[in-house]
Write a protein that binds this ligand. Sequence first.
Ligand code: FES
Length: 504
Amino acid sequence: MRSSERTLSLWKASAPQPEFTELRENLSADVCVVGAGIAGMSVAYTLAKGGQKVVVLDDNAVGGGETGQTTAHLSNALDDRYYNIEQMHGADGARMAYESHTTAIERIGEISRMDGIECDFRALDGYLFLGPDDSIDILYRERDAAMRAGFRDVELLDTAPNAPFETGPCLCFPRQARFHPLKYLAGLAREVHSGGGHIFTGTHATEIVGGDDAHVRTTNGSFVRAAAVVVATNSPINDRFRIHTKQAPFRTFVIGARVPDGSVPDALYWDTPDPYHYVRLQEVESDAGTETILIVGGEDHGTGEADDAPERYQRLESWTRERFPVEAILYRWSGQVMEPVDLMAFIGRNPGEDNVYIVTGDSGHGMTHGTIAGILIPDLILGRSNPWEQLYDPARISLRAAGEFARNNLKAGAHYGEWVAGQDLSEEQIPPGSGAVVRRAGKPVAVYRDQAGALHERSAVCTHLGCIVHWNSEETSWDCPCHGSRFAPDGEVLNGPAITALEK
Ligand code: FES
């Protein structure tokens, strides 16, 4: 059993995930969406409401992938900072970033009101405070850049009001929000369905083809032919190379702590260190009544580059207990974040391929970026102009990000070096329920020992572009450090861009 099944995210533990049947016939549609997370369902919702015939496919349940692992902050105070975005994309780019994320927050509120989706949506303030080693100059610079981008009323305060710890100087961003992402997706799924759309879960896409004969084929051979295909998997499963050189995968860790009702103001909090901490509240119904859960995330590392989750959860817990009145830790989970080299997500036409659209590079703001995709991609498909098209264009090349681009690819290149210099472990050293990469005649083999002691062996070569996978003992998965593919202990794909299982 994978850890993600043992320690479900708060969202998966507190709301049923709508499951549909597997696709077992050939269908035609106006648009086929691959991926039933926030981005895919937002795109499907807009198109279905507009009268388009939509088919959605996912190998998991609705929201069963990374959307179910988020902390669901809704913020237009972007964590990459407006002064960096301005430097990378110019003043217009920063304004478009502000406008698109602001619109995304409002749209989630509107949709939930309009369609009666009970998803705990709530508007609130957000506070950015300093880490112990950080200078107040960060706050001055960010306040000024945020105002230039479009905020009217970011305030520098001496401390966050009524916070249970002394935050010190902080910026207050009004009109942020929070919601329950899986309750929201269940509502979107209901609306897509009642708009004549079809959703199939447990359906693994094995081939995505664009052009005049655009279609998606699935494991059992059935396919969907469509005028357009939208790939809304966390990392695009249709692109072998181009996009993956422009973003890097990270794992982030989250705990959910019960706190006394009313002890923490209902707000978003985050700080300035790298990696940073991010905090919000969520009410959860339990046998004991309504419990207030403080959600705290942080402790990120590059995917596949560390295997020390217990220590990371411990540090998160200590950080939280030093600042908040924690009664008990009830949840812990982790998720994957894709960080684009130039800070903005990739949403739009897949470069070099007609009739295929992608959305990836959440940059830690997956809920708003996914909602932006739900506005921008339908506009592109239906030939409407959209002012955000250029900012999010997946084909863009930002020369200002050249340094980060080179670092990213040097890092990936270093992982190819593991073909010849990996761990040198023998099978006997692998304890039950664990895995390691061992060498056989110089070849890397991913060996997993199950709880009964039996060994399961797969090639350790990632089926995407050939990096060597690493064992993740917390999630009991094989994770690829290059572009974020993840595989179950038996080698089956958990997360793209890889589309096929590790070879036997
Ligand atoms: Fe690209 Fe593994 S995810 S090589």
